[in-house]
Write a protein that binds this ligand. Structure first.
Ligand code: FAD
Length: 451
């Protein structure tokens, strides 16, 4: 058993843990990063599948994500815009396809007015409540006691307007059914992206991609740390006192003054904390869980939809694939579509044989793009639900009532133990930007403790 001594031990080599580790290392502290997997990056994973480079995990960058954009610049990584020329596609409850441009789906004029009104109401609430401390707002308990869908039902009788507005947060972001999380949680999600309008605007929220893949961020950060990153070292136990910690992994231990636990909160209970965490944390962590989505990649010889004047951007709350985009790689002559299948639809599809699942998903894509979508040259499903060291996608959210009850303690250290993850972030919550912000914040807290 290797025994190391460091100033700080970091558990988890995702974007958050590696940001914290490099910041501490730059400030002259010694670090060791222990990672359970045999690779770095966690939910960032750029991989070659049958000759196609695919972003298995996170990939998009939006213009408000300052921390991520700064990191990309520091690491010398370039971005390119998602393809967006031409018409988008919307399919309504009757299965009718309509092409459109702009952000608002092509619906009846009255439904459009309701959608625009709801977006305005939400923008106002989001601006008032903000991402930093939604639990501290006077209406926090009220909004945390009503589900997202109930809140929408209270606002409008227009079912299609409701379904569409629900989609932007439920299927598309939190990846839980709209009855499974609160209106306050939905407001946090929108506030963390700047506004509800930003979530509706695919050209904003899914603006850019990184040439060569977003996993380069953790890979390059890890390169900086060299031999201080240890792979295939799941931390099983964390022993701590007021001023010291000892992380016990499979083949090594690291003793340090501080620990940063940079893993998603649904995995905290996999670590045996000694002494056990305080009551408040033990309770709180049981109210946080990951949503679930299948990210589907279909690669074609050419981006055939562009010839038909389509941008590749498609939406329907009534389709198995509720949203899909042109995801072709930079300067790649092949065309890639990426689509998403969320929560209960994903559960259902995973109860079917793989070939049947593929057929259903491609059929759904063909509803948007025509018959050619049925025959990709490469087909792949990102299944983060089967990943032992993640267990879902995209990220963690509170169950009903959990956010106003526990939110204030989410980022509070326990003795020498700090928590860092995109799933705890304010700005950039559930995104790489939030992971980086949290990494910076925890590193700075440790550094200020030192002075
Ligand atoms: P993680 O990346 O989860 O890192 C945690 C690390 O801890 C992992 O490497 C894990 O293996 C390790 N670990 C866990 N337990 C232990 C243990 N006991 N001991 C040691 N190591 C442990 N974000 C965007 O900004 N844009 C997107 O387009 C986007 N799309 C996404 C698509 C998918 C399919 C998914 C899954 C996520 C997406 N996200 C996106 C979210 C984004 O990827 C995450 O928010 C971010 O990568 C999380 O980083 P993190 O460091 O906080 O956590």
């Amino acid at each position: 058993m290797t025994e190391l001594q460091r100033d700080v031990v970091i558990i988890g080599a995702g974007a958050s843990g590696l940001t914290a580790a490099t910041r501490l290392w730059d400030a002259g502290l010694s670090v060791a990063v222990l990672e359970a997997r045999d690779r770095v990056g966690g939910r960032l994973w750029t991989n070659d599948i049958e000759g196609a480079t695919l972003e298995i995990g996170g990939q998009w960058v939006s213009p408000d994500q300052d921390a991520l954009i700064e990191t990309l610049a520091d690491l010398g990584l370039d971005t390119y815009s998602r393809y967006r020329e031409g018409d988008s596609v919307y399919i309504n409850a009757e299965g009718t396809l309509t092409r459109f441009t702009g952000e608002i789906f092509p619906v009846e004029a009255s439904t459009q007015r309701e959608m625009e009104r709801l977006i305005d109401v939400l923008d106002e609430l989001v601006a008032e409540i903000g991402p930093r401390e939604p639990w501290a707002h006077p209406r926090a308990e009220e909004l945390d006691s009503v589900t997202w869908i109930e809140w929408l039902e209270g606002q409008t009788d227009d079912v299609e307007a409701r379904d569409n507005i629900a989609l932007f947060i439920a299927d598309a972001m939190i990846t839980k059914p709209a009855h499974a999380f609160s209106a306050l949680q939905a407001i946090l999600m929108a506030a963390s992206a700047g506004s509800f309008s930003n979530l509706v605007d695919a050209d904003f929220i899914l603006d850019k991609r990184v040439i060569g893949g977003l996993q380069q961020v953790p890979l390059l950060l890890a390169d900086k740390l060299g031999d201080d990153v240890f792979l295939s070292q799941p931390v099983r136990r964390l022993e701590y006192t007021a001023g010291s910690v000892r992380a016990v992994a499979d083949g090594m231990t690291v003793s340090a003054r501080h620990a940063i636990v940079a893993v998603p909160p649904n995995l905290y209970s996999r670590i045996d904390f000694q002494p056990p965490l305080p009551r408040r944390q033990q309770q709180m962590h049981q109210h946080l869980s990951l949503g679930f989505v299948i990210k589907v990649h279909a690669v074609y010889e050419t981006p055939f939809w562009r010839n038909a004047g389509l941008s590749g951007t498609s939406f329907s709350p009534y389709e198995i694939v509720h949203e899909a985009y042109d995801n072709s790689n930079y300067e790649d002559p092949r065309g890639t579509l990426v689509g998403f299948v969320s929560d209960r639809k994903a559960d259902h599809l995973f109860s079917l044989p793989a070939e049947e699942r593929k057929r259903i998903i491609l059929t759904s894509l063909s509803h948007y793009y025509g018959e050619e979508a049925l025959s990709p040259v490469v087909y792949y499903e990102s299944d983060w639900g089967s990943e032992e060291w993640t267990r879902g996608a995209y990220a963690a959210s509170f169950d009903m009532g959990g956010l106003h009850r526990y939110g204030a303690d989410l980022r509070t250290p326990v003795g020498p133990i700090h928590w860092s993850c995109s799933d705890l972030a304010a700005e950039g919550y559930q995104h790489v930007d939030g992971a980086i912000r949290m990494g910076r914040e925890t590193a700075d807290a440790i550094l200020s403790d030192r002075t």
